[in-house]
Write a protein that binds this ligand. Structure first.
Ligand SMILES: *Cc1c(COP(=O)(O)O)cnc(C)c1O
Ligand code: SF4
Length: 335
């Protein structure tokens, strides 16, 4: 039974922009929506510079009254975030060093990654984004000029990855502007989107977006981000159906998170839930060591044991690759 105070509601209303603006940003409201006002005294007094943000469509999948809910734990600020932990950085993956032009990260052969947007519909507490100086880094600035110039100078780049932040935070018109700019770059034959929006705000996959993707003369890969089977509901299934109909190959990357998905049963359920909606597991990331996220870390020995167990439970194609991002490495590194 939800005992939300008057005037609060869980279910989303309106189009995706409206839902974006209407996200829950007050931890006390979130707890009230879930009937857990009593937990308010466990909230940190400050938000450590990274505010709570969660769309109502995602809140609706949380279990009222459950302080250990795996969706809630991904977004609720915790006191542990304020601890300074040795060995955890503010630029954990070397992004500032790999920058080649405004918003362009080119670390791996053949693939360039654009920080298309600094915004996300949700703020995940374990995210490296909590420290990234997005203000100066958006590839979409100036009609994508610097990013397109970079691609033009390097004919070895055949795949363009839009990441962020969340690239689908941009208007569809802005995305069309980019792909129009690719017209004179025939070597770029693949477009990849790294986005959590189909999961956390599935109404973003609307008619205009699907129309844009359907007509692109490129191969399209959408890499979603879901960490727990309970994130997958009918809205997410519908968003994925539309993306597949638009010709996208769907993959998922998850982060291994203590207390959220660090059990082989939970990981197996996630793979099964994803496959049921046409999504293949891709990467399972070891946490990037960012300040404020140390309490989510699972040590390598345990992570490897989980993977062994997972291989015993699932067909090989449903087992994600356990990887870590190491600054300066030529790819994500398998553990
Ligand atoms: C993770 C990442 C990629 C993508 O790597 P894949 O192994 O192809 O998924 C590309 N560029 C950068 C900068 C990245 O961080
Ligand atoms: S959606 Fe991705 S980039 Fe955005 S806060 Fe969550 S983990 Fe970070």
């Amino acid at each position: 039974m939800i005992t939300a105070s008057p005037g609060t509601r869980i279910t989303p209303a309106g189009d995706w922009r409206q839902q974006w603006r209407d996200a829950v940003t007050d931890p006390r409201e979130l707890l009230a929506l879930l009937g857990m006002e009593h937990m308010a005294d466990r909230l940190p007094e400050a938000d450590a510079g990274f505010a709570l943000r969660v769309p109502r469509a995602f809140v609706a999948r949380m279990r009222p009254g459950d302080a250990d809910d795996p969706l809630l734990l991904q977004v609720l600020p915790q006191l542990a975030e304020l601890d300074w932990v040795e060995g955890y950085a503010t630029d954990a993956v070397g992004d500032l060093a790999a920058r080649e032009a405004q918003g362009v990260l080119h670390k791996y052969q053949g693939r360039a990654l654009l920080i298309a947007s600094g915004s996300c519909a949700i703020n995940c507490r374990y995210c490296f984004r909590r420290h990234f100086p997005y203000g100066e880094e958006m590839a979409a600035a100036g009609q994508w000029r610097q990013a397109l110039d970079h691609l033009r100078r390097d004919p070895g780049i055949t795949e363009l990855i839009l990441s962020g932040g969340d690239p689908l935070a941009l208007s569809t018109r802005k995305l069309i502007e980019l792909t129009d700019g690719l017209a004179d770059l025939p070597q770029v034959n693949r477009l990849r989107l790294h986005t959590r929006l189909p999961v956390v705000l599935p109404d973003r996959i609307d008619g205009p977006l699907v129309g844009w993707l359907s007509t692109l003369p490129l191969q399209k890969v959408v890499v979603l981000h879901a960490n727990h089977a309970r994130e997958v509901d009918r809205g997410v299934a519908e968003a994925c159906r539309r993306l597949r109909e638009a010709g996208c190959t769907l993959l998922n990357q998850a982060v291994l998170l203590r207390g959220i998905n660090d059990h082989s049963a939970a990981l197996a359920e996630l793979s099964e839930a994803l496959f049921a909606i046409g999504v293949l597991p891709y990467y399972l990331h070891q946490l990037d060591r960012v300040q404020g996220a140390a309490h989510f870390e699972v040590d390598d020995a345990r992570a490897l044991a989980l993977m062994d167990d997972l291989r015993g439970r699932l067909p090989g194609y449903l087992v994600p690759r356990l990887v870590r991002e190491v600054p300066g490495a030529p790819s994500k590194l398998p553990l």
